[in-house]
Design a protein around this ligand. Structure first.
Ligand code: ZN
Length: 240
């Protein structure tokens, strides 16, 4: 096909938010690709703590995981603050309560978020010859977000490749895993050290609580994100 830019698929760009899923996906990429860069987004999310977690996690991965440190390349942070003004979501509007909204989706839903993120990521990846895009989206335990579905992302990468004349691959290692299986994958990839890193340094809680360290990590223990994370951790401990 003419007009196709052949990208290097051994080079990956990971959407990295500092949460459990994206940290596990980053470890997966470090294990499976030669060079791995990360991209994070500042879109006015209510938990600024996530962005600080990203920096600390990258530092720890470089220091404590010698098998991966040489592969870990640039971290890109994109300012998408206009995104907050477009959307009407509890993730970006601090006055809204986190609950199930009228559409049956949680009020934390930001319409089209992953479509934006992957499109921006693809521009960086295009310029840096990173042929594989990696994200921690998951359809199994998902909260009903349509932009986390495998089918959505399959069409998105098709559109990106048509629109940019590229041959990107989009990889979602957690797509069909339960939260318990995600903990297991993290353990398979990086052993107890990676489990400790995820417990202590990643952030999932919607309420931004980091006071008390539970066995599954920091969090309020009450919001839907904490509940999923805690349940998955307990299942992993019981089953595997
Ligand atoms: Zn919480």
């Amino acid at each position: 096909m003419t007009g196709v830019k052949n990208l290097d698929q051994s080079r990956a760009l990971v959407l990295f938010s500092g949460g459990q899923d994206s940290t596990t996906s980053l470890a997966y990429a470090l294990e499976n690709y030669d060079t791995v860069e990360t991209v994070g987004f500042d879109y006015g999310q209510r938990n600024r703590i996530e962005l600080e977690c990203c920096i600390e996690i990258l530092k720890s991965l470089k220091q404590d995981f010698p098998q991966w440190s040489a592969k870990l390349g640039n971290d890109h942070l994109l300012d998408l603050s206009t995104f907050a003004s477009l959307s009407n979501s509890a993730l970006t509007d601090h006055t809204q309560e986190i609950a199930v909204g009228e559409t049956g989706l949680p009020t934390t839903f930001v319409p089209g978020r992953n479509l934006f993120f992957f499109t921006y990521a693809a521009v960086i990846a295009y310029n840096r010859n990173l042929g594989t895009l990696v994200g921690g989206m998951c359809e199994t335990d998902f909260s009903g977000y349509p932009d986390c579905r495998e089918e959505t992302l399959k069409y998105l990468v098709l559109t990106l490749n048509h629109g940019m004349g590229t041959d990107f691959e989009l990889v979602t290692p957690l797509m069909w895993k339960s939260k318990a299986e995600s903990w297991k994958l993290a353990h398979d990839l990086g052993g107890d050290d990676l489990i400790s890193l995820i417990r202590e340094q990643s952030h999932t809680c919607y309420n931004g609580v980091r006071e008390e360290l539970h066995d599954y990590g920091y969090g309020c223990g009450k919001c839907p994100a904490c509940e999923l994370r805690a349940k998955g951790y307990a299942e992993w401990k019981a089953k595997f």
